[in-house]
Design a protein around this ligand. Structure first.
Ligand SMILES: [Zn+2]
Length: 235
């Protein structure tokens, strides 16, 4: 065999070795990336965008003596703040729970004193319902609420002139009070929620408390961040 003929297999051999080395490096790159992403605690898809989609949790009709503290425990564990639209007469019964909500950074809103349909009332009577709830709340936390959620979402524009509070309705309503079914509440919220949405729930049911924790854990993994009402409404 001539040198020229011997050289060809040698060159081929070198090429194959170079190709293998090259492949090793190419294969290594994504593995390295995913390891570094794991170290940082995020998946590669998440690390591309750190902008979280904001949403807010709101709870009406409380406080409830048993389920509200249970809810507050889980929110604290998860470092999530929410808004509570309180019925004045419930706040009056459980002031220590209201105080705890406020101290733990939650927003306290007005939900009338006795859960009345404000839009159907005489202005003066409607005003009394709202003012009475505000007085109860102010006596506990030292501050008048900035927000009101009218019971049943029933608001009339002629009431705007008698209150400075901002009326807050909602975007997602899983009817938790009606179904009282944890799985169904989770499913209804998770499949319908969008960025900047306000979620309506009620802290008077154990099923809702459990659903809330599952909703937070699921949606945080999907890139949502639970923020205060201020962040949704004022920004
Ligand atoms: Zn209500």
């Amino acid at each position: 065999m001539k040198w020229k003929d011997k050289k060809l297999p040698i060159l081929l051999g070198i090429n194959i070795i170079l190709l293998l080395i090259n492949m090793m490096f190419t294969l290594e790159t994504p593995v390295k990336e995913s390891i570094s992403a794991q170290v940082a605690g995020v998946t590669p898809a998440e690390s591309e965008s750190n902008v979280k989609k904001k949403i807010a949790l709101t709870f009406d009709d409380g406080p409830h003596p048993e389920y509200t503290p249970m809810l507050l425990d889980g929110l604290k564990e998860r470092n999530v703040s929410a808004a509570f639209f309180l019925m004045g007469k419930n706040a009056e019964k459980y002031p220590e729970i209201v105080e705890r909500m406020y101290k733990e950074g939650h927003t306290i809103g007005n939900h009338s004193y006795s859960h009345v349909q404000l839009s159907e009332m005489e202005e003066l009577e409607a005003c009394k319902e709202m003012t009475k709830a505000n007085e109860v709340i102010k006596n506990i936390i030292g501050k008048t609420p900035d927000y009101i959620r009218p019971p049943f979402g029933a608001w009339s524009h002629n009431l705007d002139c008698i209150t400075n509070m901002i009326v807050v309705l909602w975007d997602v309503d899983p009817l938790d009070w009606k179904c009282q079914n944890t799985d169904l509440v989770v499913k209804r919220v998770v499949s319908n929620v969008e960025e900047d949405d306000i979620i309506l729930l009620h802290d008077s049911y154990e099923t809702t408390v459990e659903a809330t924790f599952q909703i937070i854990d699921t949606l945080e993994k999907e890139g949502y961040e639970f923020v205060s009402l201020d962040e949704i409404i004022l920004e």
